[in-house]
Design a protein around this ligand. Structure first.
Ligand code: GLP
Length: 260
């Protein structure tokens, strides 16, 4: 795992954008894994900017969302399929039909979860999976206790996650209780996991994920098992990392051309 500590969230956004841009620039068909939430927004804005002024193209990319609320109408502004359109895909040249997400509107969410897992299996590997982290260490909507080997399935949100996400709704009671999420096993099939976080409110979760025990109690600790994981954090989110100085030293002396 590589931990990249940068002064600001905007610096982090540029590094995440660099990682995505590098795979897009190969000009080959590529599967991207996208996350919603506020953490990747600066990276998405940077990617949009590079498409507008730098000739970057998503034309050969397919995109797969991590998760979705159960029961929101498809056109609900906070459904993740709408959020990702608003924040990224409507502003780049990706084929709208190549943007996939779990179907939270299905009357049979259990079947919808299995269907999405099959869509992912048929699509082949995700080249880069962007991830945020919940304040309780969740990845996607894999709450604490999630099997580290789990597949896409229906999950029930914790009170903390509903409170954290209440800012997008008219209060915590309006946040759906159930969700569809790629499992931790599903996420782990991606070739490169890129987790991004900023702010002191994420510091405990980041430290638990990076330096704590590998445990279902901190779902993001599954990154420790992955052969290619990059954690991009600002100083505030790095605030509780015991080995922060070591990570900074590694980054400062990164061999030229190593990439992320
Ligand atoms: C949300 C999403 C996650 C996201 C996380 C952190 O509930 N399901 O995919 O990474 O919580 O959100 P944010 O980036 O807004 O802090």
């Amino acid at each position: 795992m590589e931990v990249v500590i940068l002064p600001t969230a905007a610096d982090g956004g540029r590094v995440v954008a660099d990682i995505v841009a590098a795979v897009l620039q190969r000009g080959e068909p590529v599967n991207l894994g996208l996350a919603t939430g506020s953490s990747p927004l600066l990276a998405y804005r940077e990617l949009i900017r590079r498409c507008r002024v730098g000739g970057l193209s998503f034309a050969r990319a397919a995109a797969f969302l991590l998760d979705e609320y159960v029961g929101l109408p498809a056109d609900h502004p906070e459904s993740y399929r709408q959020v990702i359109r608003r924040e990224l895909t409507d502003h780049v040249d990706i084929d709208p039909g190549a943007v996939h997400s779990p179907d939270g509107t299905s009357p049979d969410p259990v079947a919808a979860a299995a269907d999405y897992e099959n869509v992912l299996l048929a699509a082949g590997p995700i080249r880069v999976q962007i991830l945020g982290i919940g304040t309780n260490g969740h990845l996607g909507f894999n709450e604490p206790g999630s099997s580290l080997a789990s597949a896409t399935r229906v999950k029930t949100l914790t009170r903390q996650t509903r409170a954290d996400n209440a800012r997008f709704f008219d209060g915590p009671n309006e946040v759906p209780r159930h969700v569809l999420t790629q499992g931790l096993g599903t996420i782990s099939r991606a070739e490169h996991l890129v987790l991004t976080a900023s702010g002191a409110h994420k510091a405990a979760a980041v430290a638990a994920a990076v330096e704590g025990p590998l445990t279902a109690s901190c779902p993001a600790s599954v990154l420790q098992l992955h052969p290619h994981a990059t954690v991009v954090v600002d100083e505030a989110a790095a605030g509780r990392l015991a080995n922060a100085e070591f990570y900074r030293e590694i980054h400062e002396h990164k061999p030229a051309g190593q990439g992320y």
